[in-house]
Design a protein around this ligand. Structure first.
Ligand code: LAC
Ligand code: ZN
Length: 464
């Protein structure tokens, strides 16, 4: 980037909200996928006018723009593949309005998901989406990736709660998609085109979100099993029950070992699988007792119940720690987020372990069993392990054969871009590329994501 462009961009934001300092740029060169690409400049806009000014310059000068939330993404969606600008939304973190009468909240993109959940709870309201790292993730990142998490079985994903979006387009123009009215079918649904578009179509500067009344009660159940098969059998029987748990999670032996070692999980040593579930209706306690009986009938070796808020919080904190705990099991953890129809979970999990055995790589699985979204964690000792691409491709092909998806919630980012063609046919992919061109004719918005690109970013100071 030329010095004159850098100077112009500096004046687009308030004093102290722009930097080219290498030590700071280094901190913004990766996300949770841990691929490293350095931006040339970091900007912390404070409002939509600033974002608009930045995009006007970036568009004119063809500078790549990488919008960034909390960088908890696992697909490399926030990594500045082609250098350019990282637009960090840390300073745009206001809850603008909680409109209790309409059960809506208006927020800036940098608001932490957990902070929003707490703020609306004070009004007796509930924002259901709950990515496992919701204390850290931001609403902007959640919308950009269409984040899922722990509550999808009953409540759906982030997309189900996005009502209206304020968006800065690639050329800097600011526009609003959607309506304040709860229902609107006027024209194409651009709100939901933006949700999950991974920063490639526009930059979200404000969102109007739907809220629900707060659940009356909560109760949690932890059930241990002697095999993955019996745990999955219990999951399927629970799914056949007329009451729907708000979370239905699964972990296998390897995940449990990590959680015991690094997250203080109180699970019997040697246990082969666990289910953790929560009910949140007025009959929550009766519901979890019923689910507990189902688990016992399916072969559970130990069932624990809790209706105590703190105890439940502790159980779910262990679940939230699965990702960091499994990270410690090897030098490198390749973390996938495949999804299958829940009825195919048994054969999917058997197939995953079989793929691991054949490629001689340890695989730990855990995840949102209730909606069929499983985190497949392939352990290895180096990033360039030649066994990994073949293992991943075989996994994806198997999952697609089950009617599933290569990404249930983390997005394609740059890591899964080479595989998108396995799931999306050429004609559909062409339509997607054309949509991208309409919104972003010069390809400045999060280039390299979803569709991939030859990387020209640099990976650190030595190559500068
Ligand atoms: C989880 C994240 C990795 O479910 O999606 O823990
Ligand atoms: Zn998850």
């Amino acid at each position: 980037m030329e010095a004159s462009i850098i100077r112009e961009l500096e004046t687009a934001v308030a004093a102290g909200r722009a930097t080219t300092d290498p030590a700071t740029l280094a901190l913004y060169s990766y996300d949770a996928a841990a691929e490293t690409r350095w931006p040339e400049m970091l900007l912390w806009p404070g409002n939509e006018e600033e974002v608009s000014a930045i995009l006007r310059t970036a568009s004119r000068e063809r500078v790549p723009v990488y919008a960034r939330g909390a960088a908890t993404g696992r697909a490399g969606g926030a990594t500045p593949d082609l250098g350019g600008i990282v637009l960090s939304f840390e300073k745009m973190d206001r809850i603008v309005e909680i409109d209790a009468a309409n059960r809506q909240a208006v927020v800036e993109p940098g608001v932490r998901t957990g902070a929003l959940k707490k703020a609306v709870a004070l009004h007796g309201l509930f924002y259901p989406p709950d990515p496992a790292s919701s204390d850290f993730t931001t609403i902007g990142g959640n919308i950009a990736t269409g984040a899922g998490g722990l509550a999808c079985l009953k409540y759906g994903t982030t997309k189900d709660y996005v009502q209206q979006l304020r968006v800065v387009l690639a050329d800097g123009e600011v526009t609003t998609f959607g309506s304040k009215a709860q229902k609107s079918v006027t024209g194409y649904d651009l709100v939901h085109l933006l949700v999950g578009s991974e920063g490639t179509l526009g930059v979200i500067v404000q969102a109007r979100l739907r809220l629900l009344p707060a659940p009356e009660k909560r109760a949690t159940l932890l059930a241990e099993f002697g095999s993955v098969e019996t745990a999955v059998e219990a999951v399927l029987r629970i799914l056949a029950h007329p009451h729907v748990p708000c979370g239905l999670e699964f972990a296998d032996r390897g995940t449990i070992e990590c959680a015991r070692r690094h997250a203080g999980a109180d699970v019997t040593e040697g246990c082969a699988a666990v289910i953790l579930l929560q009910a949140d209706t007025a009959e929550a306690e009766a519901d979890v007792r019923a689910f507990g009986r189902i688990c016992a009938a399916a072969g559970s070796t130990r069932v624990l119940y809790s209706a105590d808020p703190e105890e439940q919080e502790a159980l779910w904190a262990v679940r939230r720690a699965f990702s960091p705990a499994t990270q410690k099991a090897a030098k490198v953890k390749v973390s996938e987020d495949i999804g299958v129809p829940a009825a195919r979970l048994r054969e999917t999990l058997a197939g995953i372990y079989d793929i691991g055995r054949r490629h001689d790589r340890r695989i730990l699985c855990y995840g949102h069993a209730g909606d069929g979204n499983i985190h497949v964690n392939i352990l290895t000792d180096r990033r360039d392990d030649p066994a990994i691409p073949a293992t991943v491709e075989e996994l994806f092909r198997m999952v697609l054969g089950m009617g599933g998806t290569i990404s249930g919630e983390h997005g394609i980012g740059s890591l899964k871009a080479p595989y998108i063609g396995l799931e999306i046919g050429p004609r559909e992919l062409e339509l997607m590329r054309r949509v991208k061109e309409v919104f972003d004719p010069h390809g400045i918005l999060n280039p390299g994501k979803i569709f991939g690109t030859a990387s020209r970013g640099h990976s650190g100071p030595s190559s500068r």
